[in-house]
Design a protein around this ligand. Structure first.
Ligand SMILES: NC(=O)c1ccc[n+]([C@@H]2O[C@H](COP(=O)([O-])OP(=O)(O)OC[C@H]3O[C@@H](n4cnc5c(N)ncnc54)[C@H](O)[C@@H]3O)[C@@H](O)[C@H]2O)c1
Length: 264
Protein backbone atom coordinates (compact mmCIF):
# COMPACT_ATOMS: atom_id res chain seq x y z
CA UNK A 1 0.00 0.00 0.00
CA UNK A 2 1.22 3.51 -0.83
CA UNK A 3 1.88 5.51 2.32
CA UNK A 4 0.72 9.12 2.66
CA UNK A 5 3.75 11.42 2.83
CA UNK A 6 3.25 13.94 5.62
CA UNK A 7 5.06 17.10 6.73
CA UNK A 8 4.51 18.45 10.25
CA UNK A 9 4.85 22.25 10.52
CA UNK A 10 5.50 23.52 14.04
CA UNK A 11 7.03 20.21 15.15
CA UNK A 12 8.96 21.82 18.03
CA UNK A 13 5.74 23.05 19.67
CA UNK A 14 3.31 21.32 22.03
CA UNK A 15 0.86 20.12 19.35
CA UNK A 16 3.59 19.58 16.75
CA UNK A 17 5.49 17.21 19.03
CA UNK A 18 2.40 15.06 19.72
CA UNK A 19 1.53 15.10 16.00
CA UNK A 20 5.05 14.06 14.95
CA UNK A 21 4.79 11.02 17.25
CA UNK A 22 1.33 10.15 15.89
CA UNK A 23 2.54 10.30 12.27
CA UNK A 24 5.55 8.09 13.06
CA UNK A 25 3.32 5.52 14.79
CA UNK A 26 0.72 5.34 12.00
CA UNK A 27 1.62 2.64 9.50
CA UNK A 28 -0.37 4.40 6.73
CA UNK A 29 1.76 7.54 7.05
CA UNK A 30 5.36 8.32 6.19
CA UNK A 31 6.92 11.35 7.93
CA UNK A 32 8.54 13.05 4.92
CA UNK A 33 9.74 16.12 6.79
CA UNK A 34 9.27 18.41 9.77
CA UNK A 35 9.34 22.20 9.64
CA UNK A 36 9.93 24.82 12.34
CA UNK A 37 11.96 28.04 12.03
CA UNK A 38 12.97 27.66 15.71
CA UNK A 39 14.73 24.29 15.08
CA UNK A 40 18.53 24.09 15.32
CA UNK A 41 18.72 20.46 14.08
CA UNK A 42 18.99 19.36 10.44
CA UNK A 43 17.63 15.85 11.10
CA UNK A 44 14.92 14.68 13.52
CA UNK A 45 17.25 11.92 14.79
CA UNK A 46 19.30 14.61 16.59
CA UNK A 47 16.49 14.91 19.14
CA UNK A 48 16.51 12.38 22.04
CA UNK A 49 12.78 11.61 21.59
CA UNK A 50 13.33 10.63 17.94
CA UNK A 51 16.86 9.21 17.78
CA UNK A 52 16.00 6.39 15.34
CA UNK A 53 14.07 8.59 12.90
CA UNK A 54 15.92 9.75 9.78
CA UNK A 55 13.65 12.66 8.78
CA UNK A 56 14.79 16.01 7.29
CA UNK A 57 14.23 19.13 9.39
CA UNK A 58 13.35 22.31 7.49
CA UNK A 59 13.69 25.77 8.98
CA UNK A 60 12.73 27.72 5.84
CA UNK A 61 9.72 27.05 3.60
CA UNK A 62 11.78 27.67 0.42
CA UNK A 63 13.91 24.59 1.23
CA UNK A 64 10.86 22.27 1.29
CA UNK A 65 10.57 20.10 -1.82
CA UNK A 66 6.81 20.12 -2.41
CA UNK A 67 6.95 17.11 -4.73
CA UNK A 68 7.92 14.84 -1.80
CA UNK A 69 4.88 15.73 0.35
CA UNK A 70 1.16 14.84 0.10
CA UNK A 71 -0.24 16.41 3.28
CA UNK A 72 0.95 19.41 5.32
CA UNK A 73 -0.17 19.31 8.98
CA UNK A 74 0.05 22.76 10.57
CA UNK A 75 0.17 23.51 14.30
CA UNK A 76 2.15 26.75 14.21
CA UNK A 77 1.06 30.27 15.12
CA UNK A 78 -1.63 32.77 14.07
CA UNK A 79 1.02 34.95 12.38
CA UNK A 80 2.56 32.21 10.22
CA UNK A 81 -0.36 29.95 9.31
CA UNK A 82 -1.64 32.00 6.35
CA UNK A 83 1.69 31.94 4.47
CA UNK A 84 2.13 28.24 5.30
CA UNK A 85 -1.26 27.27 3.87
CA UNK A 86 -0.63 29.39 0.78
CA UNK A 87 2.72 27.63 0.30
CA UNK A 88 1.10 24.18 0.64
CA UNK A 89 -1.80 24.94 -1.72
CA UNK A 90 0.46 26.44 -4.39
CA UNK A 91 2.62 23.28 -4.30
CA UNK A 92 -0.40 20.93 -4.57
CA UNK A 93 0.07 19.75 -0.99
CA UNK A 94 -3.16 19.21 0.96
CA UNK A 95 -3.14 21.31 4.14
CA UNK A 96 -4.62 19.94 7.38
CA UNK A 97 -4.68 23.02 9.58
CA UNK A 98 -5.14 23.01 13.35
CA UNK A 99 -3.60 26.44 13.90
CA UNK A 100 -6.22 28.98 14.96
CA UNK A 101 -6.36 32.75 14.42
CA UNK A 102 -6.89 33.01 10.62
CA UNK A 103 -9.12 35.98 9.75
CA UNK A 104 -12.28 35.57 7.65
CA UNK A 105 -10.59 37.43 4.77
CA UNK A 106 -7.58 35.09 4.92
CA UNK A 107 -9.85 32.03 4.91
CA UNK A 108 -11.75 33.40 1.88
CA UNK A 109 -8.48 34.01 0.05
CA UNK A 110 -7.21 30.49 0.83
CA UNK A 111 -10.52 28.96 -0.33
CA UNK A 112 -10.05 30.71 -3.69
CA UNK A 113 -6.49 29.40 -4.07
CA UNK A 114 -7.59 25.85 -3.19
CA UNK A 115 -10.43 25.99 -5.72
CA UNK A 116 -8.18 27.39 -8.45
CA UNK A 117 -5.49 24.73 -7.84
CA UNK A 118 -8.08 21.97 -7.19
CA UNK A 119 -6.41 20.96 -3.92
CA UNK A 120 -8.31 19.52 -0.96
CA UNK A 121 -7.62 21.04 2.44
CA UNK A 122 -9.10 21.31 5.92
CA UNK A 123 -9.07 24.03 8.54
CA UNK A 124 -10.34 22.58 11.82
CA UNK A 125 -10.58 24.91 14.82
CA UNK A 126 -10.82 21.76 16.92
CA UNK A 127 -9.84 18.17 16.09
CA UNK A 128 -11.38 16.76 19.27
CA UNK A 129 -14.55 14.70 18.79
CA UNK A 130 -16.04 16.07 22.04
CA UNK A 131 -15.59 19.65 20.78
CA UNK A 132 -17.13 18.86 17.39
CA UNK A 133 -20.14 17.29 19.16
CA UNK A 134 -20.38 20.26 21.55
CA UNK A 135 -20.63 22.63 18.56
CA UNK A 136 -23.35 20.51 16.93
CA UNK A 137 -25.36 20.18 20.19
CA UNK A 138 -25.01 23.92 20.87
CA UNK A 139 -26.35 24.79 17.42
CA UNK A 140 -29.31 22.47 18.01
CA UNK A 141 -30.03 23.95 21.47
CA UNK A 142 -29.83 27.56 20.23
CA UNK A 143 -32.91 26.99 18.05
CA UNK A 144 -34.95 26.68 21.27
CA UNK A 145 -32.82 28.65 23.74
CA UNK A 146 -31.45 31.70 21.90
CA UNK A 147 -29.89 33.38 24.99
CA UNK A 148 -26.37 32.05 25.19
CA UNK A 149 -22.95 32.82 26.62
CA UNK A 150 -19.73 30.95 25.87
CA UNK A 151 -16.85 30.40 28.28
CA UNK A 152 -13.68 28.92 26.82
CA UNK A 153 -10.75 27.93 29.05
CA UNK A 154 -7.20 27.26 27.87
CA UNK A 155 -3.60 27.00 29.10
CA UNK A 156 -1.86 30.32 29.67
CA UNK A 157 0.56 29.96 26.70
CA UNK A 158 -2.24 30.34 24.14
CA UNK A 159 -1.71 33.36 21.87
CA UNK A 160 -5.16 34.05 20.41
CA UNK A 161 -8.43 34.90 22.14
CA UNK A 162 -11.17 33.94 21.90
CA UNK A 163 -10.34 30.38 20.88
CA UNK A 164 -11.11 29.22 17.34
CA UNK A 165 -13.60 26.73 18.80
CA UNK A 166 -15.49 29.43 20.72
CA UNK A 167 -15.66 31.62 17.61
CA UNK A 168 -16.84 28.70 15.52
CA UNK A 169 -19.47 27.80 18.13
CA UNK A 170 -20.75 31.39 18.04
CA UNK A 171 -20.76 31.36 14.23
CA UNK A 172 -22.78 28.10 14.10
CA UNK A 173 -25.27 29.44 16.66
CA UNK A 174 -25.68 32.69 14.72
CA UNK A 175 -26.73 30.61 11.68
CA UNK A 176 -29.84 29.42 13.53
CA UNK A 177 -30.87 32.45 15.59
CA UNK A 178 -31.56 36.09 14.77
CA UNK A 179 -29.11 38.70 16.02
CA UNK A 180 -30.07 39.41 19.60
CA UNK A 181 -28.96 41.87 22.25
CA UNK A 182 -28.70 39.90 25.49
CA UNK A 183 -28.74 41.12 29.07
CA UNK A 184 -30.07 44.46 30.26
CA UNK A 185 -29.90 47.10 27.49
CA UNK A 186 -28.99 49.63 30.25
CA UNK A 187 -26.13 47.54 31.66
CA UNK A 188 -22.79 49.31 32.31
CA UNK A 189 -19.38 47.74 32.84
CA UNK A 190 -17.68 49.26 35.88
CA UNK A 191 -14.61 47.26 34.83
CA UNK A 192 -13.97 47.20 31.04
CA UNK A 193 -14.31 43.70 29.58
CA UNK A 194 -16.41 42.33 32.43
CA UNK A 195 -19.12 41.20 30.00
CA UNK A 196 -16.67 39.54 27.60
CA UNK A 197 -16.37 39.88 23.83
CA UNK A 198 -19.46 40.42 21.68
CA UNK A 199 -20.28 38.17 18.71
CA UNK A 200 -23.63 39.17 17.27
CA UNK A 201 -25.01 39.74 20.76
CA UNK A 202 -23.45 36.57 22.23
CA UNK A 203 -20.84 37.07 24.94
CA UNK A 204 -17.61 35.07 24.80
CA UNK A 205 -15.36 34.85 27.86
CA UNK A 206 -11.75 33.62 27.63
CA UNK A 207 -10.03 32.08 30.66
CA UNK A 208 -6.24 31.48 30.59
CA UNK A 209 -4.76 29.38 33.40
CA UNK A 210 -1.79 27.04 33.87
CA UNK A 211 -2.83 23.40 34.13
CA UNK A 212 -5.67 23.74 31.63
CA UNK A 213 -5.45 22.29 28.09
CA UNK A 214 -8.65 23.16 26.13
CA UNK A 215 -12.18 23.36 27.57
CA UNK A 216 -15.46 25.02 26.62
CA UNK A 217 -18.84 25.61 28.19
CA UNK A 218 -21.89 26.89 26.35
CA UNK A 219 -24.53 28.23 28.73
CA UNK A 220 -28.14 28.67 27.66
CA UNK A 221 -30.78 30.41 29.77
CA UNK A 222 -34.54 30.26 29.25
CA UNK A 223 -37.69 30.98 31.23
CA UNK A 224 -37.13 29.16 34.53
CA UNK A 225 -34.54 26.76 33.06
CA UNK A 226 -30.93 26.54 31.94
CA UNK A 227 -28.75 24.21 29.94
CA UNK A 228 -24.96 23.90 30.08
CA UNK A 229 -22.99 21.95 27.49
CA UNK A 230 -19.36 21.33 28.38
CA UNK A 231 -16.41 19.57 26.81
CA UNK A 232 -12.87 19.03 28.13
CA UNK A 233 -9.70 18.14 26.27
CA UNK A 234 -7.39 16.96 29.05
CA UNK A 235 -4.53 15.78 26.83
CA UNK A 236 -3.27 16.82 23.37
CA UNK A 237 -3.52 13.15 22.34
CA UNK A 238 -7.32 13.71 22.18
CA UNK A 239 -6.86 15.76 18.98
CA UNK A 240 -4.93 13.05 17.16
CA UNK A 241 -7.76 10.76 16.00
CA UNK A 242 -9.31 13.76 14.23
CA UNK A 243 -5.98 14.67 12.59
CA UNK A 244 -5.53 11.04 11.42
CA UNK A 245 -8.99 11.00 9.82
CA UNK A 246 -8.25 14.31 8.07
CA UNK A 247 -4.88 13.16 6.69
CA UNK A 248 -6.46 9.97 5.32
CA UNK A 249 -9.47 11.65 3.68
CA UNK A 250 -8.45 15.14 2.63
CA UNK A 251 -6.97 14.26 -0.74
CA UNK A 252 -10.41 12.97 -1.87
CA UNK A 253 -11.56 16.63 -2.01
CA UNK A 254 -10.68 19.54 -4.30
CA UNK A 255 -11.63 22.47 -2.05
CA UNK A 256 -10.80 23.93 1.34
CA UNK A 257 -13.22 22.69 4.02
CA UNK A 258 -13.82 24.32 7.39
CA UNK A 259 -14.51 22.03 10.35
CA UNK A 260 -13.75 18.37 11.02
CA UNK A 261 -17.48 17.57 10.92
CA UNK A 262 -17.25 17.77 7.10
CA UNK A 263 -15.11 14.62 7.09
CA UNK A 264 -16.90 12.55 9.73
N1 LIG B 1 -7.35 22.56 16.01
C1 LIG B 1 -7.09 21.98 17.19
O1 LIG B 1 -7.68 20.94 17.54
C2 LIG B 1 -6.04 22.58 18.08
C3 LIG B 1 -5.71 21.99 19.31
C4 LIG B 1 -4.72 22.56 20.07
C5 LIG B 1 -4.05 23.70 19.62
N2 LIG B 1 -4.42 24.26 18.44
C6 LIG B 1 -3.73 25.43 17.86
O2 LIG B 1 -2.47 24.97 17.34
C7 LIG B 1 -1.55 26.05 17.33
C8 LIG B 1 -0.24 25.61 17.97
O3 LIG B 1 -0.44 25.38 19.35
P1 LIG B 1 0.75 24.91 20.30
O4 LIG B 1 0.21 24.92 21.68
O5 LIG B 1 1.38 23.68 19.76
O6 LIG B 1 1.78 26.14 20.10
P2 LIG B 1 3.35 26.16 20.39
O7 LIG B 1 3.69 27.61 20.61
O8 LIG B 1 3.72 25.17 21.44
O9 LIG B 1 4.01 25.67 19.01
C9 LIG B 1 4.02 26.41 17.83
C10 LIG B 1 5.29 26.03 17.06
O10 LIG B 1 5.18 26.58 15.75
C11 LIG B 1 6.47 27.04 15.37
N3 LIG B 1 6.34 27.99 14.26
C12 LIG B 1 6.18 29.34 14.29
N4 LIG B 1 6.13 29.83 13.04
C13 LIG B 1 6.24 28.77 12.20
C14 LIG B 1 6.24 28.62 10.78
N5 LIG B 1 6.14 29.68 9.97
N6 LIG B 1 6.34 27.39 10.25
C15 LIG B 1 6.48 26.30 11.04
N7 LIG B 1 6.51 26.37 12.40
C16 LIG B 1 6.38 27.59 12.96
C17 LIG B 1 7.03 27.64 16.66
O11 LIG B 1 8.46 27.77 16.58
C18 LIG B 1 6.58 26.60 17.69
O12 LIG B 1 7.55 25.57 17.84
C19 LIG B 1 -2.25 27.22 18.04
O13 LIG B 1 -2.81 28.08 17.07
C20 LIG B 1 -3.36 26.53 18.83
O14 LIG B 1 -4.47 27.37 19.06
C21 LIG B 1 -5.39 23.72 17.67
Amino acid sequence: MVMIKVLVAGFKGRMGNTTTKMVLENTDFELAGVYDPSASESNLSELPDFENEDVPVYTKAVDIDGSTIDVWIDFTSPVSVYENVKFALSHSISPVIGTTGLTNDQVDELKKIAKKNKVGGLIAPNFGISAVLLMQFAQQAAKYLPDVEIIEMHHDKKLDAPSGTALNTAKLISEVRKQKIQGNPEEKESLIGARGADYEGMRIHSVRLPGYVAHEQVLFGGQGEALTIRQDSFDRISFMSGVEVAVKKIRDYDELLIGLENLL
